[in-house]
Design a protein around this ligand. Structure first.
Ligand code: AMP
Ligand code: MG
Length: 655
């Protein structure tokens, strides 16, 4: 019988309980010190010998009886009889008595009777006598046996992750091999007829396998040993064979084929070979997750969607692998941050929301990563971590505090933080900045024009890109006044040609907004609050006025007016695939998708910069590139600099 729905979604807490309930036993193995890096020590190690094993000299010079030198001065040296020479590694029976000295090398054993070393620099030697020009105290330039490590001392504890430093200590003790926890063997495979291995030719309808690579490397970070089995097609026999090939592994992780579609076989194969403990978790992303026990060992079926797969690995599997490998704990730290923008979360589903972290005047802010379709791997690559929004929450408010689980050890602050409406023009500036200085860490967060204004007010952005059209027809300044922005400057940027995007060849012969109305074209609109939407509505208002009808009546007749795309690209894609006949957007995007473009007006894309950051070197460089000839020449079609580019406007909210 085909399963058409998830039997029952379990909560994230239940799922975690199941994942944590696997009885796993850690194995041990012995490794050579040369191959011990990053391994986890499986028992305590005590020193069996002293380090150093004998008193030794820390300088090149002469071993002496310190008391002999007490009267030595620069202009009246003490003369001592040279009785021999001791090199590093010598086992010397030599004895130094009062009135005598022995030449000694760094690291050589201090001879019997001597208790100090005079540095070579303060001596001279001739005819079997040594002149000493400076006094030494007993013990000077001598490292005593056991002063580094004393026999019996606990030197490396169980659970220590071996770095070159601990490995150095163990080698000083003469320990050649060390007992560590064996890396858990984790079998990994991907499923899907559409998957191709990177490096191979991509046939029509196929995509490259992503999950194998994200999961394999996550397992390695968690101290596991990966047994990579490859890609299985959507075929139960093949999947069964892969699972059987992994019988000697401690954990099995596969991805794809976990939902309830016809080609989704993991549930059936897991069910046949073992016991399915969970199928479907009330979490976003990652609902189609399967947890099973096969031969008493944990088996996970991750969703195919790369973001979901990686998120589910991080949340449920990472800690299990770390427990097995002995690394323990969680891979990456958590920090606390305030949510930068309000977020609407799904009802009845817990959500892991990717965020970008920005440091502002009052600690960290977390910017939700949105506007990407779910599953975009790039959204993860550019993300600092994720927050957890519990199932019962529908809205998370701006300013609310959240724990952020980071994706790496630490957040590396950007040298230049640009937050706001995103434009390819900024990508061009970044490219030119990097050309000058490849080390620069530049970060751009797409938070919309208004998000950029808020970021500047909160002191989080160095630069905010914006293009907010006011009903008066003026760009940006009226909005900034309305938001009461002060202590910031507005730098005029460049012009972005806005117009109507239509299919190639303009089959409906649309030449104006009026034509959209006349020809009953289906449109795709932009989100309220975007500059493009304001422009479109302004034009519609004019048309309504001319025709003597209300704006509402007019827009009601426009098919698709209610459909709000969040970006220029989504508008272009809607036209490209035929979902809409027309949409308003920028020429740059129309050209990128090979669509026709009817210009309406050029919008003014400007940069808001906090006054106190204006003198920062990176901001100055940013602006000098904005004003450069090279920038102007590198802009894609539809974007152009003009006579106002680089003009600086002070904001006076009271005027
Ligand atoms: P599935 O869970 O098999 O229904 O797959 C969900 C989506 O993720 C589909 O668009 C798949 O093409 C995609 N997908 C599945 N496995 C992978 C993979 N290993 N790498 C990249 N994308 C994948
Ligand atoms: Mg699939």
């Amino acid at each position: 019988m085909e399963r058409k729905v998830f039997k029952s979604l379990i909560s994230i807490e239940e799922a975690r309980k199941i994942a944590d309930s696997f009885k796993v036993s850690r194995k041990r193995e012995v490794v050579d010190l040369k191959n011990a890096l990053g391994r986890v020590v499986a028992r305590d190690y005590e020193a069996e010998i002293d380090v150093p094993p004998f008193d030794r000299s820390t300088m090149d010079g002469y071993a002496v009886v310190a008391e002999d030198t007490f009267n030595a001065e620069e202009d009246s040296p003490v003369r001592l009889k040279l009785v021999g020479r001791i090199a590093a590694g010598d086992s010397s029976k030599l004895e130094v008595r009062k009135g005598e000295a022995a030449e000694i090398a760094t690291g050589a054993q201090i001879p019997k009777g001597a208790n100090a070393v005079v540095m070579e620099e303060y001596t001279s030697e001739s005819d079997g006598w040594v002149s000493v020009y400076r006094a030494v105290a007993p013990g000077e330039n001598v490292m005593y046996a056991g002063s580094d490590i004393m026999a019996g001392e606990l030197v490396v504890r169980e659970g220590t992750i071996l770095s070159p430093r601990e490995i150095g200590v163990l080698s000083a003790l003469g320990i050649p091999e060390i007992e560590v926890y064996a890396r858990p063997r984790v079998a990994v495979f991907s499923t899907g007829d559409e998957l191709t291995e990177p490096g191979e030719k991509l046939e029509d309808g196929k995509i490259y396998d992503v999950n194998s690579y994200t999961i394999i490397n996550s397992i390695k970070e968690d101290g596991g040993e990966v047994v990579f089995l490859g890609i299985a097609s959507d075929d139960s026999d093949e999947i069964r064979r892969m699972i059987e090939a992994a019988s000697d592994c401690d954990v099995l992780i596969c991805s794809g084929g976990t939902s309830v579609g016809a080609g989704d076989l993991i549930f059936r194969v897991f069910d046949e070979l073992g016991r399915v403990l969970a199928h479907g978790i009330a979490v976003k992303p990652g609902k189609p997750t399967i947890i099973a026990s096969i031969d008493g060992k944990p088996a996970f079926g991750l969703p195919g969607n790369p973001t979901s797969a990686l998120m589910i690995y991080n949340v449920f599997i990472s800690s299990l692998i770390r427990k097995l490998s002995g690394l323990g704990g969680r891979r990456n730290p958590e920090i606390e941050a305030k949510l930068a923008l309000k977020v609407f979360s799904s009802v009845g589903k817990a959500e892991f929301l990717p965020v970008n972290i920005v440091k502002g005047k009052e600690g960290f802010s977390a910017y939700p990563v949105t506007g990407h379709y779910s599953g975009a791997i790039t959204s993860l690559a550019e993300t600092d971590g994720f927050i957890y929004i519990p199932a019962e929450r529908v809205i998370a408010e701006e300013g609310e505090r959240f724990r952020v689980r980071l994706f790496s050890e630490e957040i590396k602050p950007a040298d230049l933080m640009v937050i706001g409406s995103h434009c390819v023009g900024i990508d061009v500036i970044f490219r030119l900045l990097r050309k000058k200085n490849p080390e620069l860490r530049l970060k751009i967060i797409n938070a919309g024009s208004t998000g950029g204004i808020l970021a500047v007010k909160r002191g989080e952005a160095d630069v905010a890109g914006m293009h907010l059209l006011d009903e008066s027809g003026e760009y940006n300044i009226p909005h900034l006044k309305r938001y009461g922005v002060r202590d910031a400057l507005l730098v005029k940027g460049y012009l972005r040609e806005q117009g109507i995007i239509v299919a190639r060849g303009n089959p409906m012969e649309i030449e104006s907004v009026e034509d959209i109305v006349e020809r009953s074209a289906t449109i795709v609109n932009r989100n309220r609050g975007s500059g493009t939407r304001t422009l479109f509505d302004m034009q519609l208002r004019e048309i309504a006025e001319r025709r003597g009808e209300s704006f509402e009546d007019l827009t009601e007749r426009i098919k698709g007016y209610e459909i709000e795309a969040k970006s220029h690209s989504s508008v272009a894609v809607a036209v490209l695939v035929g979902k809409a006949d027309a949409g308003i957007g920028i020429r740059t995007v129309a050209e990128r998708y090979g669509l026709d473009f009817i210009p309406l007006r050029a919008e003014e894309y400007d940069f808001l910069i906090p006054k106190e950051r204006f003198e920062m070197e990176k901001v100055r460089e940013f602006l000098s590139i904005l004003k450069s000839e090279e920038f102007s020449k590198s802009l894609p079609p539809g974007l152009r600099t003009y006579e106002r580019t680089g003009e600086i406007l002070a904001l006076n909210p009271n005027s």
